[in-house]
Design a protein. Structure first.
Length: 272
């Protein structure tokens, strides 16, 4: 049963990262479907941070869909109005380029099944593509961390491998792709990560290797599913009550965790 279910999964950056962090956590979320994305953040301030982040993502999506700010500033909190103004300054819309906000990409090729949802794909007239990812938490991630993150690995690789339909030539060279992380709280501190074919080859190996490990894990046998030995991983884990009989600490969740469960059925597959 479990094996069949694993074969059905499309892997996202979050699911691959979860497996590497703790196989038991992966099993609970993706195999057993034990999932409650909001409830483990109970602290009011953190919930508010999360809500403002989601609102910003929605407003940014509307801005790039319509090509102008359409939401009345009177009904939006001042803080988010300011974030939106900073966004318009940072990455203004124009008619000549192509802007694809909240864009989902799904790939299935010989058992390699991947998916990602991009905050924004910006395709320029000179046929380059920039992936934008909005971060809205109170601290800005370090570039060294972002470079190694599973999100960076999956986002750039998947676009290079399966996003050729958006290119004038039908394919992207790795060097055509750049990923930019940007947080409206720190408008002058964007993190730009260009891509190379060497990184592409390395990312492919890494992704295939993790997926192979996942497929070799027998999730039906408890002994085969390793729980993390790093206790810090458990502190803010939503399954802490089950594993350790203690509530999860009120630690701010990573933004990637907000998209833990993609609705696989809603994504239009790309055929190969
Ligand atoms: S509490 Fe710890 S061991 Fe249990 S699922 Fe979470 S990370 Fe894994």
């Amino acid at each position: 049963m479990s094996e069949r279910k694993v074969d059905e999964l499309y892997f996202s950056a979050s699911s691959l990262r979860t497996y590497r962090t703790c196989q038991l956590k992966f099993k609970r979320r993706y195999i057993d479907g034990l999932f409650w994305p909001d409830d483990w953040v109970k602290d009011k301030e953190k919930k508010e941070t999360q809500r403002l982040g989601q609102l910003f993502h929605t407003l940014a999506e509307r801005y790039y869909l319509r090509g102008k700010v359409v939401d009345s500033k009177e009904v939006i909190e001042d803080k988010v109005v300011k974030w939106l103004e900073r966004l318009v300054d940072f990455r203004p819309y124009n008619e000549e380029d192509q802007f694809l906000p909240e864009h989902r990409l799904q790939f299935n090729n010989q058992g390699l099944k991947l998916l990602a949802k991009y905050d924004l794909l910006h395709i320029t007239q000179d046929n380059r593509v920039v992936i934008y990812d909005w971060k809205t938490y109170r601290s800005n991630s370090k570039k060294s961390f972002l470079k190694r993150s599973m999100q960076t690995i999956v986002y750039r690789y998947l676009l290079a491998r399966a996003g050729g339909d958006y290119s004038q030539t039908g394919e992207w060279a790795a060097e055509d792709i750049t990923l930019i992380y940007w947080n409206p709280r720190f408008p002058d501190d964007s993190k730009e990560l260009p891509y190379t074919k060497e990184q592409y080859a390395r990312d492919e190996d890494k992704i295939k290797n993790i997926i192979e490990q996942i497929k070799e894990t027998n999730f039906a046998v408890d002994e085969d599913v390793l729980a993390t030995s790093e206790k810090n991983n458990c502190l803010s884990c939503e399954y802490r009550p089950i594993c350790h009989g203690e509530p999860a600490l009120e630690i701010e969740p990573k933004e990637e965790d907000l998209e833990l469960m993609e609705d696989w059925d809603e994504i239009d597959p790309i055929s190969f």
